[in-house]
Design a protein around this ligand. Structure first.
Ligand code: DX5
Ligand code: ZN
Length: 217
């Protein structure tokens, strides 16, 4: 089993000072940060693009876990790779050549990830499990931070973890949405090793304790 990794989501940070929000993560000794990229089409919200990622890259050595919520992700992976993304994850739901895009992400020197929404069954991503570095299971409908955790996603997570073990695969299994110190351990119990936390992390009064708690899961 992989050691647990915390990936604080900068979506819940200060968007007038994203560099400072990334610095908070770095100063705690956390190595990952989760960057939510939204296009107003695939999800009903907008965030930021490659220019902002490149600007953050200049002042940070964090591992950029870049979650593309885009209707046409294949058009933008090169820009995000050049901007300094370390991992680029793409959703299964839109129609494009998923296998070719996952391959291209690796050719660009990044790790790749496949993401599925709450309404998408595990079977949709099953053909790609041997082609990915990470599977991201959304535990809320993507678009906004601060939504309640979807506990009904736990069986789906357990299924993906079972496939991972049965097939001797090594991808990381990540959850995103409503993760906090209560819901995180429920996910850990069914195989999750990578935890996105937006509002619970940036809202935590004691971020050192929060960080140490997740690291010990
Ligand atoms: C939601 C984003 C999440 C978001 C999670 O569309 O993909 O990464 O930041 O926020 P919390 O942790 O507040 O649910
Ligand atoms: Zn996300």
């Amino acid at each position: 089993m992989h050691a647990s990794i915390l990936a604080p989501s900068i979506l819940a940070g200060d968007h007038a000072n994203l560099a400072a929000s990334a610095q908070i993560v770095e100063s705690l000794g956390v190595s990952w940060i989760h960057l939510d990229i939204m296009d107003g089409h695939f999800v009903p919200n907008l965030t930021f693009g490659p220019q902002t990622v490149a600007a953050l890259r200049k002042g940070s050595t964090l591992f950029f876990d870049t979650h593309l919520m885009l209707a046409e992700p294949q058009r933008y992976i090169e820009a995000f790779a050049k901007a300094g993304a370390n991992l680029i994850s793409i959703h299964i739901e839109p129609a494009y050549d998923h296998a070719a895009t996952l391959k291209r992400i690796r050719e660009l020197g990044c790790q790749n990830g496949i993401v599925l929404n709450p309404g998408t069954p595990a079977e949709a991503i099953e053909p790609f499990l041997d082609q990915v570095d990470l599977v991201l299971v959304m535990t809320v409908q993507p678009g906004f931070g601060g939504q309640p955790f979807r506990r009904d996603m736990l069986p789906k997570i357990a299924q993906i973890d079972a496939w991972r073990r049965e097939r001797g695969l090594n991808f990381r299994l990540e959850v995103d949405g409503g993760i906090d110190l209560k819901t995180g351990p429920e996910c850990r119990a069914v195989g999750v090793d990578t935890f996105v936390a937006g509002s619970s992390f940036y809202g935590a009064a004691d971020k050192t304790t929060f960080t140490q708690t997740v690291a010990a899961w």
